[in-house]
Structure formats: structure tokens, C-alpha cells
Write a protein that binds this ligand. Structure first.
Ligand code: PRP
Ligand code: URA
Length: 208
């Protein structure tokens, strides 16, 4: 299922990120803030369990989270979403997938993988993170990689998606919910999302 999180704070911050004059510092800061706001929405249906606790005033039946969270950024650009979510969910574990998209073929190439053991537990929610869902090749490959290693309950969290990437993802992994801050218009001939925000990795890390 596709969820486009049309929240005024998310959309406002994304507009700042899209502007070509926005520099690395403001780009990263807004990405951190959007990541936290998206996590707040994505986590609204997480399972809870009853617990009995003592407040300073009385004994009560309360609730606490009944799941593990694993964040799985797709390197490099996915790293930009980790801090904001981790601030909100400090107990989250983090796994890493290194993929880069060949600029000519647009096909993803794997160069790194490291995951926490909790990734495969029954009560774990695995959040795959990448700001951009363009052709969908990187997200599809990343999710194949973690499914092969036993991950279930997977959510894909991206900032900007193209319709082409969304339908490729839905075909390849119909069981995975996709969360976007915006669904853009199309891909250009170089595989960039239009209007998009440019190359997310370069803008986060200042590499161009
Ligand atoms: C970008 C982006 C995604 C991918 C999206 O990464 O962060 O991972 O492209 O494109 P796709 O949906 O067509 O696969 P890139 O390969 O540029 O690597 P980087 O994060 O290291 O910059
Ligand atoms: N990767 C990016 O960083 N930006 C795009 O628009 C497409 C792929």
C-alpha cells in the first residue's frame, strides 16, 4: 500500500530541501526533521502490550511498545534519515545496505551489508530508508537482500517517489508498505525524479 504523508510541516520542510539554493547544513537539518515527522506517522499502528506500573500516585495498567524496530538505510543517502528517527526511537537497531546506482545502466550494485540479529525476529518492524525512490531498482534490490536473510514486516520510507518507482516496488514487493513525503511527476532521461530535489547523496554529503 502507498501512503503519501501530506502533512503541512513535512511539505514545508520538503520545499526548503527542494530549492537549489539550499545548502548542505539546511538540507541535512530539514531531512532530520522530516524523518522524525514521518516516523511519527509510520509508527502510529505499532503493536502495544499491557504492563502494570506504579506512578508516584497509584498503581495502573499502562501500555508499552510490543515490537523491535530496525532501521536499514540504503547507503549513502539513506543515512540522512537515520538520526531523525533514532532521536524518536532511541532503542532502534541499525543495519546497513551499500548500494549505488550505475549512472549509465541505472542498475543497483551491492557493496556492503551488515544487519543486527533482531532483523529476523517475529515481532520486528524493519524500516528501509532512502530519500529517493526513482526507478525503484535500489529499494527493490535492498528489500530482496533483507528478505533473503529472513526479514519480514518491512516498511519502505522515502522522501520523494516517482510513479515509475512506486509501481515497480508494488509489483516486486506487494507486501511492503511504501511511505513518501511526496509523489512527484515523472523520471527524466537520466533517471532523476522531476521536479525532485536533485542528487540526494551529493546534497546531504556535499560531494558536488
Ligand atoms: C540514489 C538514491 C537511491 C537511488 C534511487 O542513490 O539515494 O538509493 O539513487 O534510484 P533508483 O530508485 O533508480 O534505484 P545513488 O545510487 O545515487 O547512491 P548514493 O546514495 O551513494 O548517492
Ligand atoms: N537518486 C537521486 O539522488 N535523485 C534522483 O532524482 C534519482 C535518484
Amino acid at each position: 500500500m502507498l501512503h503519501v504523508l501530506n502533512h503541512p510541516l513535512i511539505t514545508h520542510k520538503l520545499t526548503i530541501m527542494r530549492k537549489s539554493e539550499t545548502g548542505t547544513k539546511d538540507f541535512r537539518q530539514n531531512l532530520d526533521e522530516i524523518a522524525a515527522l514521518m516516523a511519527y506517522e509510520i509508527c502510529k499502528d505499532l503493536p502495544m502490550k499491557p504492563v502494570e506500573i506504579d506512578t508516584p500516585v497509584a498503581h495502573m495498567k499502562a501500555k508499552e511498545l510490543d515490537c523491535e524496530i530496525v532501521l536499514i538505510p540504503i547507503l549513502r543517502a539513506g543515512l540522512g534519515l537515520v538520526n531523525g528517527i533514532n532521536n524518536l526511537i532511541p532503542t532502534a537497531k541499525v543495519g546497513f545496505i551499500g548500494l549505488y546506482r550505475d549512472e549509465d545502466t541505472l542498475k543497483p550494485h551491492e557493496y556492503f551489508a551488515k544487519f543486527p540479529p533482531t532483523m529476523t525476529m517475529d515481532n520486528t518492524v524493519n524500516m528501509v530508508l532512502d530519500p529517493m525512490l526513482a526507478t525503484g531498482g535500489s529499494a527493490i534490490a535492498a528489500i530482496e537482500m533483507i528478505k533473503k536473510r529472513g526479514a519480514r514486516n518491512i516498511k519502505l520510507c522515502c522522501l520523494v517517489g516517482a510513479p515509475e518507482g512506486v509501481s515497480a516496488m508494488q509489483q516486486a514487493h506487494p507486501d511492503v508498505d511504501i511511505y513518501l513525503a511526496a509523489l512527484d511527476d515523472h523520471l527524466n532521461e537520466k533517471g532523476y525524479i522531476v521536479p525532485g530535489l536533485g542528487d540526494a547523496g551529493d546534497r546531504i554529503f556535499g560531494t558536488k
